[in-house]
Design a protein around this ligand. Structure first.
Ligand SMILES: [Zn+2]
Ligand SMILES: [Zn+2]
Length: 88
């Protein structure tokens, strides 16, 4: 049975890592993107933070690729956060 990721609407392959906290299952990166928001959102440059900003997911890439970008940004910010905590 073919499973489709509700976020990017691409097929979920047997060896894809899944984001299990939400049902139905999403690709891991798509789950992170849904929960944490786009790169622009995580870096506070989107319309939620900057009035009039239309920044959202990167244009010209697939929904899933934008989700991977968001996941990388999430890990990057988390690493920076941990490093800061270590400074104290
Ligand atoms: Zn997906
Ligand atoms: Zn936002």
């Amino acid at each position: 049975m073919t499973k489709i990721c509700p976020w990017c609407e691409e097929e979920i392959a047997d060896n894809d890592k899944l984001y299990e906290s939400i049902r139905p299952s999403h690709h891991y990166e798509c789950g992170i993107r849904m929960v944490m928001g786009s790169v622009a959102h995580q870096t506070h440059r989107c319309g939620c933070y900057v009035p009039g900003s239309t920044l959202h997911d990167r244009e010209g890439v697939s929904v899933r690729q934008a989700a991977r970008d968001a996941m990388e940004m999430f890990y990057l910010l988390r690493t920076i956060e941990k490093a800061r905590e270590g400074d104290v």
